[in-house]
Write a protein that binds this ligand. Sequence first.
Ligand code: WT7
Length: 570
Amino acid sequence: MKTEIYEVEPGEYNLQNYDERYSNFDWKEVEQAFSWHDTGQVNMAYECIDRHVENGRGDKVALYYKDASRNESYTFEEMMKKSNKAANVLKQTTNVAKGDRLFIFMPRSPELYFVLLGALKIGAIVGPLFEAFMEKAVKDRLENSEASIIVTTNSLVGRIPVDELPNLKHIVIVDDHVAENHIDFNKAFEGASDEFDIEWLDKEDGLILHYTSGSTGQPKGVLHVQYAMVQHYISGHYVLDLKEDDIYWCTADPGWVTGTSYGVFAPWLNGATNVIAGGRFSPEGWYSTIEEFKVTVWYSAPTAFRMLMGAGDELIKNYNLSSLRHVLSVGEPLNPEVIKWGYKVFGKRIHDTWWMTETGAHMIVNYPSMMIKSGSMGKPLPGVVAAIVDNEGNELPPNRMGNLALKEGWPSMMRDIWNNHPKYESYFLPGGWYISGDSAYMDEDGYFWFQGRVDDVIMTAGERVGPFEVESKLVEHPAVAEAGVIGKPDPIRGEIIKAFIALREGYEPTDELKEEIRVFVKNGLAAHAAPREIEFKDKLPKTRSGKIMRRVLKAWELDLPTGDLSSMED
Ligand code: WT7
């Protein structure tokens, strides 16, 4: 579908004149929004919650939480007290200290947020794990980070291979009927004090560790620091356009970076009321969440919008969604037809935003006060310098496709890849350019246009999956000799995971075996990482050094020319 131009809708937006603001922007100025600017004492949880209580907004609702069995609300003062209690419980039962890696592996619940904020008040580095992770995914992350504490539930604790994790000292269970050898969070929580002495940190001290996938190797531990809050705050102000009376809903799980940067930090740094909905996706459930809480600002993903679109427009007529005033999207290309549909059914343009786990916060976005060119990711955040560069780091002129690159120096930039500094350094080219791994071009008006990933990373339903992780799991199956995994274009999910498999001697290529292998990955790694399609091959295309050539698999799949095959074995 062809690009459409959407003019700015009238409104009082936090960012009025983009060009002017961009040209005179200074991060130092944004720092003044924080108490540490005067006190020198930094703590993300304090800035998100306690500061608002001290500023007389303690009675305002900070959190509306809803799932199939719970519907609760908590004011900023209650959040302060609950997170203090959680901090006391964690400190007293596990002795967790500043800099320790504390993982959270549980489904969404209010307690998850008390624990997250409480752990931050102690100065721990929090590692959130998506609840769908199975044993191997959990083990790789805890092992790499040398985590000493994990907070989880009875239903998930069985996926933690305790015997293989020598650094893991404490398992805290947030549940009823806690086993003897585990720490009973709820019991300790009841009696805990609601006052806590916050651990004051340095701006460059650790905040959060999100694991994400690349095209090779194990998942990477992306480390973010306290100072990232400067960018969480200003992007919440300019891009989410949050104001004092907004009711904000980000649909992402805190196991992914969107669910922390924009599900926890940005909304609460801006003092907004945050809606968290637990449980699974359903169109009815989502629309009723917007209606029930009168959501004004809504942040979701293209896959979700496409699924809502698939559920039909008739359904929408059963709900009053008139509270919505600003809708945003992230994670994959936002199709122009989805924007068009959004305008038809919500009366709002969906605003695309581009960023990555590594960048920690928004980089290139559509502002509410900016004309939208549908299909474009928009323009850089004030303070962010973006360009298209060649493989040597030379800037390319407008309309030329190349590497989407960012000039280092923005506050929420990752500070390291945990236990793998060479990997961190490999992101940069001479001239201080951070290379995103995406290809794009910039048009003559300075709008950026996403073209694709440069590497083999798969984006399926907004989740980033590394083919290597899936291939490694596949070859653990006794029938699998070799496996190559690619992303195959899909109208709803963006891409689906397709695996090409060469079987070991003695195994028959049956449909039952396909299903067995699929379930093996689902139960061993994660449901979203399991291949939706499997194709058996006698042999896989490989380089002479034995690397599986995914680009050849992809070319086969899409009926494209295979390109240069000189490095392929006979
Ligand atoms: C990759 C990063 C932090 C956001 C959630 C995903 C793709 C992200 C867009 C967009 C096209 C996008 C890129 C990027 N991506 N936003 N608006 N348009 N592609 O974070 O898991 O670190 O993945 O997601 O390929 O490199 P992530």
